[in-house]
Design a protein around this ligand. Structure first.
Ligand code: UTP
Length: 292
């Protein structure tokens, strides 16, 4: 029987040091792009891909995330009293009623691989998705994960979202070597975490979208610390692909690296220019700013 992806992990326990002091007491994933926090974009993408169990790996200073996906009695009562029904609906419908949110604390930020392994008991023996909310991907349709789920339906194996990057930037990513299967799909032969440009097997970088089989948990359990002294998901994937096929998928859409200040600013400007309420005024403002 064909397997389906029903659960997604959102690792949100990182320290977000590139955004200090903004992330001293509040999570990076709650930074808004225009009027929605990054984590909400990621959850909406997962809902669009048919996922109904959202597993958040949280840490200290992350309480705003469960609060965001919970009922907000005070605000809701106040909006209802003031007759602000449209805004009330927005606040009440952050996640559809059929979606379950699960929160797991990662006591120490030991790395992305460790964060994923914290979800083992909740995921069980099923394939699952991992979304990193600081990679915001806009494909103008249902989202990058929907594209990946469609491919998983046919191939039934692990699949990583990849993008061609500037070869000078390989040290910021997991980099794969893949043998081409179709235009956008390849079978991964090698994956390396943050290689120097001269040692990188290609310029195909893994970005924050993964579909993984549960075999990854056995690999993570046996892993010792890798690059940066962290338990790296990339190292577990390197072991996984010795046993099972792992595919690289070059998704359609634009990715914004909202974990970096520049990427965050670019996302804010570009999404502002698409926002139905703001786009005209904001565009005029930007034009004027450039002329001056
Ligand atoms: P990053 O490498 O972006 O690290 O983590 P970070 O801590 O969030 O940010 P900087 O680099 O210090 O500014 C990639 C993803 O993995 C999660 C992060 O929350 C982010 O979504 N993560 C990382 C964890 O959940 N736990 C960890 O121990 C490490």
């Amino acid at each position: 029987m064909k397997k389906v992806i029903r659960k997604a992990i959102f690792p949100v326990a990182g320290l977000g040091t590139r955004f200090l002091p903004a992330t001293k007491a509040s999570p990076k994933e709650m930074l808004p792009i225009v009027d929605k926090p990054l984590i909400q974009y990621a959850v909406e993408e997962a809902v669009g891909a048919g996922i109904d169990v959202m597993v958040f790996i949280t840490g200290r200073s992350k309480r705003a995330i469960p609060d965001h996906f919970d009922k907000a009695y005070e605000v809701e009562t106040e909006l209802a009293n003031r007759g602000k029904i449209e805004t009330l609906k927005i606040v009440q419908n952050i996640v559809p009623p059929h979606v379950t949110c699960v929160y797991i604390r990662q006591a120490e930020a030991l790395g992305l691989g460790h964060a994923v392994s914290c979800a083992k008991a909740v995921i069980g023996d099923e394939p699952f998705a991992v979304l990193l909310a600081d990679d915001l991907i806009d494909d103008g349709e249902k989202g990058c994960l929907s594209q990946m789920v469609r491919i998983f339906e046919d191939w039934q194996c692990s699949l990583l979202g990849v993008e061609k990057i500037d070869p000078a930037e390989t040290e910021s990513y997991g980099i794969v070597r893949a043998t081409q299967i179709t235009d956008r799909l390849g079978k991964i032969g090698e994956i390396v975490e943050k290689p120097k440009p001269e040692a990188a097997p290609s310029n195909l970088a893994v970005v924050g979208r993964y579909i993984l089989t549960p075999t990854i948990f056995d690999k993570l359990d046996r892993l010792s610390k890798g690059a940066g002294g962290e338990i790296q998901l990339t190292d577990a994937i390197a072991q996984l692909l010795q046993e099972e096929p792992v595919l690289a998928y070059e998704f359609y859409g634009k990715r914004y690296d909202c974990g970096s200040k520049l990427g965050y600013l670019i996302a804010t400007v570009e999404q502002g220019l698409k926002h139905p309420e703001l786009r005209n005024e904001f565009k005029s403002y930007l034009k004027q700013l450039v002329i001056e």
